[in-house]
Write a protein that binds this ligand. Structure first.
Ligand code: FAD
Length: 626
């Protein structure tokens, strides 16, 4: 009897942990469970669930252990030894930081994750590609969240996704510190006893023990406003794009269950719907998506003029920050606008449209500016001081911001998480820094054009190894010589080095990114679509598009009614480009990612922007017969 009592308690704690519905509750029950089992996650065997499994002995946990065992057996993890000498810090417990943490733990790395909050509160919903659903199922998502992707559901609220991944991460032994904010990197130095210290960080609260930690890798997963220095940000400035998200309470009634979801792409072609909406309500949208999840979630792109006319935006400003600033938005009018759009687009079938509450206890509706989107120019870099190397990398929104209404969701975020883990694995196994960086940058160039259709078909084989996921990984499009500028030895800062084993590298040099044109499907597709058009010869994804004719041809191939191609004049470069931009935006919902002048200038247009722009056509039109 006496002996069974503590066992019972451990089982209760385990159940509490599995069903915890908040970040705080999950953290609390997990630390109690570990304490109870006398396990210290920072020193215990990794992955941590193995010693837990041995000590807990609980039939209800068996299904979960079986899942984790199966995943942990992937060859690339080398039985949790692939990265066993590496200490990694991850900034941010968003879905991508957590997903990266999980992968690194399976490889045996010590992973320390900082999160400045202790709540997961975003109701908004992320679209999941088939591979992400498969991936999450394999990590036991359904054990933690019974409704995970039931039936044909292919989305999840951000907070539920974080909660699932947090639990997996904790079970694998990730040391999670909530209410701890990363401030900055601290360079290696000697302490007063002449001990050499490696790379560390400054955090808030200042005296938190994690500030003593020395680490080899740091991963920025802190969302769109990334705090790690050294990464140049690319800006994609399109036309004004104002997104509205709204969450309504889902009471799970039969009436609600019957209402059909709206996938954005299906609606882009339905111009009549948007016309009727405008005529009947004065609401003018470019697109709308509706997912039925824990809440009824809507995301839409609204035209500024209609927001002004409906009194949502009070005063017109050219500066979007000012335009959407708190004082310039009438919250009640915004609620009414979102509710009316939701009601109309679901054919008035949702019985009640009561707002769900957000983190602040307010109706959950918000406007976001997507006029400017960011992507980091590079995915990783190496810093070296006093012989200590630090691998620095970005994942998730810090790396490449998604355009929410396009529904790419978190898939590219997960791909980058896996790619970063793969890089850290190569690094841990002693590959040369320049080779590691060259491979990472090559993969990063594939990321903006990925779609479920152009990835490897067999998603059950996906692993941390990029060749299981991407079609064309070789040859590398970025060479080691092209990533020299991504190694920062501090020479410019005038630091002297006291180690003989330091690699001497030429001073940092900015190397222009090559075009993406080699070896990719996108180019082939564009060539097929534009072939035979007079004055059009697509040989790349940049300069071939300068005259605007190729863009007009691409549109004409699919919708000859939209452009009178034969009337176009090759020399009217800017007019052609503007026409293409406008038609694509109006008819397909594809916003330009650069100005007319940038695309038609004699200099090469920005290759990353071009790929992102053309990928949207590909995604939308690839299955429709020309
Ligand atoms: P995030 O999910 O942004 O997570 C970053 C984490 O880092 C946060 O938890 C943050 O608290 C933490 N953090 C930041 N700085 C520090 C620091 N210095 N130290 C420690 N921790 C730090 N996408 C959609 O597709 N549709 C939507 O409707 C949608 N709505 C959104 C609403 C909001 C309010 C936000 C912020 C994002 C929304 N997104 C939406 C984007 C979506 O959440 C992300 O694409 C997705 O979560 C993947 O992001 P991530 O993991 O890279 O970063």
């Amino acid at each position: 009897e006496d002996q069974s009592f503590p066992e019972c308690q451990a089982q209760e704690l385990f159940d509490e942990f599995v069903s915890a519905s908040t970040c705080r509750a999950a953290m609390r029950s997990f630390s109690q469970l570990c304490e109870h089992l006398q396990l210290d996650p920072s020193t215990a065997e990794r992955p941590l669930y193995r010693p837990i499994k041995r000590r807990l002995n609980y039939w209800r946990a068996n299904g979960l252990w079986a899942k984790l065992d199966r995943r942990g057996a992937q060859e690339e993890y080398q039985r949790a030894r692939a990265c066993s000498d590496v200490t990694c810090v991850i900034i941010g417990a968003g879905p991508c930081g957590l997903r990266t943490a999980v992968e690194l733990s399976f490889m045996g790395a010590r992973v320390v994750l900082l999160e400045k909050r202790d709540t997961f509160s975003r109701n908004n919903v992320l679209h999941l590609w088939p591979f992400t659903i498969h991936d999450l199922r394999g990590l036991g998502a359904k054990k933690f969240y019974g409704r995970f992707c039931a039936g044909s559901i292919d989305h999840i609220s951000i907070r539920q996704l974080q909660l699932v991944l947090l639990k997996v991460a904790l079970l694998l032994g990730v040391e999670v510190h909530v209410n701890v904010e990363f401030k900055k990197l601290v360079e290696p130095a000697e302490d007063q006893h002449r001990h050499k210290l490696g790379w560390r960080m400054e955090v808030s609260p200042k005296n938190h023990p994690v500030s003593q930690l020395e680490f080899d890798v740091i991963i920025g997963a802190d969302g769109r406003r990334n705090t790690l220095p050294g990464f140049r940000r690319k800006e994609f400035r399109g036309k004004l794009a104002i997104a509205i998200t709204a969450n309504f309470k889902n009471r799970n009634t039969t009436a609600e269950a019957k209402v059909e979801e709206i996938s954005g792409v299906a609606f882009i072609f339905n111009q009549r719907f948007f016309q009727e909406l405008r005529q009947e309500t004065g609401i003018d949208l470019e697109n709308i998506v509706y997912y039925k999840d824990d809440t009824h979630y809507f995301v839409m792109t609204a035209k500024k003029q209609s927001l002004l006319e409906k009194g949502v935006i009070l005063q017109d400003f050219a500066d979007t920050e000012l335009l959407l600033s708190r004082g310039n938005v009438d919250q009640n009018a915004l609620q009414a606008y979102a509710r009316e759009a939701a009601d109309f687009s679901t054919n008035h079938q949702l019985p009640t449209l009561d707002f769900a509450m957000n983190h602040y206890g307010q109706p959950d509706v918000a406007m976001f500016d997507f006029t400017c989107m960011y992507a980091s120019e590079n995915a990783a870099m190496v810093r070296q001081r006093h012989g200590h190397q630090l691998l620095v990398t970005l994942v998730g929104d810090s790396l490449l911001e998604p355009f929410w209404p396009m529904g790419t969701g978190v898939a590219r975020g997960f791909l980058a998480a896996l790619d970063s883990a793969w890089m850290i694995r190569s690094w841990a196994q002693g590959a040369a820094p320049l080779d590691v960086l060259a491979e990472r940058e090559s993969l990063y160039r594939l990321l903006p054009q990925t779609t479920p259709e152009n990835m490897q078909k067999n998603i059950t084989l996906y692993s941390v190894d990029p060749t299981t996921r991407y079609m064309n990984t070789s040859p590398l499009t970025v060479t080691p010589a092209q990533v020299r500028h991504l190694v920062d030895t501090g020479e410019e800062a005038g630091l002297t080095t006291d180690c003989s084993d330091i690699i001497r590298l030429p001073s940092p040099r900015y190397i222009r990114q090559e075009s993406f044109s080699q070896s990719n499907q996108l180019l082939t597709w564009c060539q097929e679509q534009t072939c035979g058009y007079h004055g059009v010869n697509v040989t790349d994804l940049t300069t071939s598009w300068r005259s605007g004719l190729a863009l007009c041809a691409l549109i004409h191939r699919h919708r000859p009614d939209l452009i009178d191609f034969d009337s176009l004049d090759k020399s009217s470069v800017e007019e052609n480009t503007r026409l293409g931009f406008d038609v694509a935006e109006r008819e397909f919902g594809i916003s330009p990612l650069m100005t007319v002048e940038e695309m038609s200038s004699v200099e090469e247009p920005d290759s990353l922007s071009m790929v992102m722009y053309l990928s949207q056509f590909y995604q939308l039109l690839k299955d429709s017969p020309p």
